[in-house]
Design a protein around this ligand. Sequence first.
Ligand code: ADP
Ligand code: ADP
Length: 231
Amino acid sequence: QVIIRAEQVEKYYAQPSENRIQVISPTDLSISEGEIVALLGPSGSGKSTLLRMLTGLSTPSAGQVFWHEKPVANADVNVAIVFQSFALFPWLTVVENVEAPLKARGLEASDRRKRALKMLDTVGLDGFQTAYPKELSGGMRQRVGFARALVVEPEVLFMDEPFSALDVLTAENLRSELLELWQKKTIPTRAIFIVTHNIEEAVLLADRIIVLGRNPGHVRTDFKVALAHPR
Ligand code: ADP
Ligand code: ADP
């Protein structure tokens, strides 16, 4: 079942001087229930731009994005994004960071706290509720990032280079934990969309890989990855 569908989306950015630059040329893509989709491409190829359009944070210059066949602007989208740089609030504790999106959605304090603590437990941060982000390692901070994204039970979990700021070993651990939680269906989301420039990461995580070419916005094809040992 298709959750998100992009139909011939394009993005141009205005340049101060001459022409507009095209960052995404007409692109079709979809994200369906139960799949992990990776968007792979070198830096500057338009990955973040495409992610922002899929989430409704940015408007395509042409074409449209649909969530359940409704234009994203009119759809009731529950967006959650995990960022490369964690983007935590430094003045809030771990549990307050995780509660923040629930507060924004108007949930009651006791309900927020309960859901935040449960999610912290899921991502392995039990006992770190009252710590501040600066007291945590990069890997732990990104666990908070995951908890904060997942606590809203997003239909699709978006991740923009979530492991790129971490050292190789930490990244590997977090990645395999995420995959394990996903496969055990312990994380409350129906699909995952991950932006990465790391081919290995895309192959290890994704059911399907979409590749952006080096020329900005040139979508190569919608590759199907054949694994030697299908999971
Ligand atoms: P990636 O995520 O693959 O690194 P981006 O989507 O961030 O790529 O950027 C693609 C290109 O578009 C880059 O050349 C970037 O500088 C440019 N770009 C991105 N956002 C904007 C913007 N808001 N205004 C102007 N140019 C932008
Ligand atoms: P909209 O479609 O609503 O105009 P954009 O797609 O322009 O929104 O998104 C603006 C985002 O792009 C902001 O988060 C801004 O920080 C980022 N941005 C602006 N200029 C650049 C750039 N040259 N390269 C990469 N990102 C950029």
